[in-house]
Ligand binder design. Structure first.
Ligand SMILES: Cc1cc2nc3c(=O)[nH]c(=O)nc-3n(C[C@H](O)[C@H](O)[C@H](O)COP(=O)(O)OP(=O)(O)OC[C@H]3O[C@@H](n4cnc5c(N)ncnc54)[C@H](O)[C@@H]3O)c2cc1C
Ligand SMILES: NC(=O)c1ccc[n+]([C@@H]2O[C@H](COP(=O)([O-])OP(=O)(O)OC[C@H]3O[C@@H](n4cnc5c(N)ncnc54)[C@H](O)[C@@H]3O)[C@@H](O)[C@H]2O)c1
Length: 516
């Protein structure tokens, strides 16, 4: 039986990066993946990469970015088919899979194909397709990076023809006329908007009253405005109880409130559960919670000191971006290698328009009673916005009123997911909003938004300062009036004259505030 310093289970972003990090430390590493053609995990085959590639193909083929200039009717291709989208997905996926394959090979990592199953705390069996143990290996350390799969209620029939989960949707034969998306989380909303742009009549149903509530509220209102302009229907605060395929192929979605919705297709995107059925975690002395997630501490160590968990299987935030870093950090922890903690976590939602954020929201700052100010840049004031065809986007920066430290960045529109990284860097180095005011940005770029937003925010502070100084003067003058002596009447005439320009200034300030 072959022995390794580290056995990695799963080749998604968490396992892939963890395995390479260990190999760079000179460790002997084995990586187990179900099938060779699934190297790269959910991220590469059914999640991040295909969905983002599909989005890009839709943006290109529908000519979406150029509609602002060439009218709503502008299209690069009039009748778009799923195969057109799959062509681009296949090309990107193939390239990424080859890259991962090469990287594992170059780093001398042994890839074992088949389902991994714990035989004991240090031994992992690799199963044949029939479920027998083909061979087994032992490891000093084990990294569980087995990811998640779509949650599928037992009573719903996911036939992959009319009723789809989020792993099946890419196999859709044709673009349907109508679709009901159950679950308005990140996955649901990303797909819902993509299909709406393709001309599908989309209805989103979600049990919550408010969608994506970890994001800035103004940003989500803007997104919903866009969604409604695509004629998407939102049924919020409604729970789905069943989905049934009719004889004619359409789907009936039953809501708890008694309503029935009918469409050509339904996409069930109501969360994911740990992909642990084959692993036999109890054989390693481990168990999961009710959603199949594995507990681990802040160093990614499970109850078993030599077994670590990373990526989606450990739950929040369940992103490819964080999974990669967790893989590397877990390996650093297990082999006692130091690393720096940079804990500001960016979010990127590839809705159309895209959304991104870093740091606190206005809502959180208000709850925490932090005195903050807001600087906003609207893309219609940014030359690059017009060049790129997005004049509706917005960058919003939140900063501390006294220290001017950057507290959060929220962006919706073209390049949002790239733009937030600038704010992320400034926050990581504890920078202030004045950095953006004093820095020269390439022109014309979307990054210029930071400078425009910084001016906006700092101007507001300046106006506030002027306003409070002028009210201070007014109060001082009034005080003098009240405490006046024999010259009272004469003085009061003077003070009234002095007061006049002050109130005028206040009016100007108030008008400017109202205009904003
Ligand atoms: C539709 C969709 C869109 C997404 N978009 C984004 C995005 O834009 N940005 C972002 O950051 N994140 C996104 N995510 C999330 C991202 O895909 C996940 O966070 C990421 O894939 C998790 O990586 P992982 O390494 O934990 O596991 P996974 O990528 O899930 O990989 C786990 C691997 O383990 C293998 N495995 C499981 N059990 C076993 C076993 N017993 N034996 C052998 N192998 C096993 C599986 O076959 C799989 O290949 C998206 C997810 C979905 C579903
Ligand atoms: N761009 C990105 O970064 C990106 C993109 C996609 C996915 N992801 C990751 O994938 C994870 C999973 O995403 P998700 O959208 O599947 O899950 P989720 O848990 O975020 O959303 C599920 C939604 O479905 C709703 N829901 C559940 N059951 C319902 C029912 N019976 N009827 C009506 N509504 C119901 C919930 O209220 C919730 O809003 C995310 O947490 C995220 O980390 C990230």
């Amino acid at each position: 039986m072959k022995h390794y310093d580290l056995i990695v289970i799963g080749s998604g972003p968490a396992g892939h990066k963890g395995a390479i990090a260990a190999s760079k430390m000179g460790k002997k590493v084995a990586l187990i993946e179900r099938q060779l053609n699934r190297l790269g995990g959910v991220c590469l085959h059914t999640g991040t990469i295909p969905s983002k590639t599909m989005r890009e193909a839709i943006m290109h083929l529908t000519g979406y970015r150029q509609r602002e200039v060439y009218s709503e009717l502008y299209r690069r291709k009039r009748h778009i088919k799923m195969d057109d989208l799959r062509k681009k997905i296949a090309q990107v996926t193939q390239h990424e899979r080859d890259l991962i394959h090469d990287q594992l090979e170059r780093n001398g990592i042994d890839v074992h194909c088949g389902d991994a199953q714990f035989l004991d705390e240090h031994t992992v069996g690799i199963l044949t397709k029939k479920g027998d143990v083909d061979h087994s290996i032992t490891g000093d350390k084990i990294l569980i990076a087995c990811g998640t799969k779509p949650a599928r209620p037992d009573h719903m029939d996911f036939d992959g023809k009319s009723i789809f989960d989020t792993d099946q949707i890419l196999d859709l034969e044709d673009i349907p006329r109508s679709m009901i998306v159950v679950g308005g989380g990140v996955i649901g909303i990303e797909y819902a908007i993509m299909f709406a742009i393709l001309g599908v009549e989309v209805t989103v149903v979600d049990g919550r009253e408010r969608l994506l509530d970890f994001c800035d509220r103004e940003v989500i209102e803007t997104l919903l405005y866009h969604a409604r302009s695509l004629e998407m229907v939102m049924r919020l605060g409604e729970d789905v109880t069943s989905m049934d395929r009719q004889r004619n192929g359409s789907v009936v979605v039953q809501l708890e409130s008694g309503k029935r919705l009918i469409a050509d297709t339904a996409l069930f995107s109501a969360g994911r559960v740990g992909d642990v059925d084959e692993l036999d975690l109890p054989a390693a002395g481990l168990k999961t919670d009710e959603r199949g997630r594995l507990w681990c501490d802040e160093n990614f160590r499970t109850w078993q000191p030599h077994i670590y968990g990373v990526g989606d299987i450990v739950g929040f935030p369940a992103l490819a971006s964080t999974s990669m870093e967790q893989g590397r950090r877990a390996v650093c922890n297990m082999f006692n290698k130091k690393y720096d903690h940079v804990d500001q976590l960016p979010y990127g939602l590839y809705t159309i328009p895209e959304i991104s954020m870093i740091g606190k929201t206005e809502h959180q700052l208000t709850q925490d009673k932090v005195p903050y100010e807001v600087g906003v840049a609207r893309y219609h004031e940014i030359a690059r916005g017009h060049i790129s065809g997005d004049v509706h986007g917005m960058l919003k920066i939140l900063f501390h009123r006294e220290t001017k430290k950057l507290l959060g960045v929220h962006c919706i529109g073209e390049s949002a997911t790239e733009l937030t990284h600038i704010g992320q860097a400034v926050m990581a180095f504890d920078g202030t909003i004045e950095y953006f005011r004093d820095t020269v940005f390439n022109y014309p770029t979307m990054s210029e938004s930071y400078k425009v937003a910084a001016f906006d925010g700092l101007n507001k502070l300046q106006l506030d300062l002027e306003l409070s100084e002028s009210s201070y003067k007014t109060a001082e003058a009034e005080q003098k009036n009240l405490t006046g002596d024999a010259k009272l009447s004469e003085d009061s005439e003077v003070s009234q004259e002095e007061e006049a320009p002050v109130s005028e200034q206040q009016q100007v300030v108030a008008t400017m505030e109202a205009e904003k």
